[in-house]
Design a binder for this molecule. Structure first.
Ligand code: DER
Length: 213
């Protein structure tokens, strides 16, 4: 399969869902990197909110208008990639360490569109789950969570959190998500529930896309 072509096909299809004047949430990652020029080609007057400094800089390079996520209450649409997509719509995101901002943008959008190549669709979610941890009390939070590894290199999110990966069971994503969300010290985790997702667009090597509502 040609993953690049699949990402491109999914991204270009998603760009057609955006109409002029919309406020658009831009995700993070290599699939979104194909979305940005497609959006710039199709639309001039859209307002964009980026979920990471890297997305912000590519968006500006292609001429998109990016603004901070502060006064905007609700976005018309958010488009983002995923690391894994389960048949029931549960997602794992955060491979790019941007899941905290991505989840906020996704929940604030009328429609959340996931774009992916066919390697992202899995039969069962397989860990780890990315987590963002408060730096304050990190040792105690790590002890409370158990089996979390911290990311090498730049451990911080743009909001100062420490990025790690939780290597726990995932046979029941609902309860794992609830447990992670309820654990003090965990800022956010990369399990996105199906009810948050409006449409999943999977690209295929023949350039076709498959849309799953
Ligand atoms: O880190 C993230 O959440 C990204 O959106 C990730 O899930 C998808 O990244 P990719 O498009 O580079 O595979």
């Amino acid at each position: 399969i040609d993953v690049t072509r699949e990402k491109q096909a999914a991204a270009q299809e998603a760009a057609t869902l955006v109409s002029d004047g919309m406020t658009v949430g831009l995700g993070t990652g290599s699939t979104v990197a194909f979305l940005l020029p497609a959006l710039a080609d199709l639309h001039r007057n859209i307002r964009c909110i980026a979920t990471s400094p890297q997305t912000e800089s590519i968006a500006r390079q292609v001429g998109l208008m990016v603004e901070p996520f502060r006064d905007v209450i609700s976005l018309d649409i958010a488009i983002d990639g995923a690391d894994q997509i389960a048949p029931d719509g549960w997602l794992i995101k955060g491979g790019g360490a941007a899941h905290t901002r991505e989840k906020l943008v996704a929940i604030s959008a009328q429609r959340f569109i996931v774009i992916a190549d066919s390697t992202k669709t899995v039969n069962n979610l397989k860990g780890p789950v990315p987590v963002e941890l408060l730096a304050f009390g990190l040792g105690s939070t790590l002890h409370r969570l158990g089996n979390v590894t911290l990311r090498e290199g730049v451990p911080h999110s743009p909001d100062g959190g420490i990025i790690g990966d939780y290597h726990g069971r995932l046979d029941d994503p609902q309860s794992t998500a609830a447990w992670l969300s309820g654990t003090p010290g965990v800022v956010e985790h990369g399990l996105f529930p199906p009810e948050m997702v409006t449409t999943i667009i999977v690209g295929h090597t023949n350039g076709k896309v498959e849309q799953r509502i």
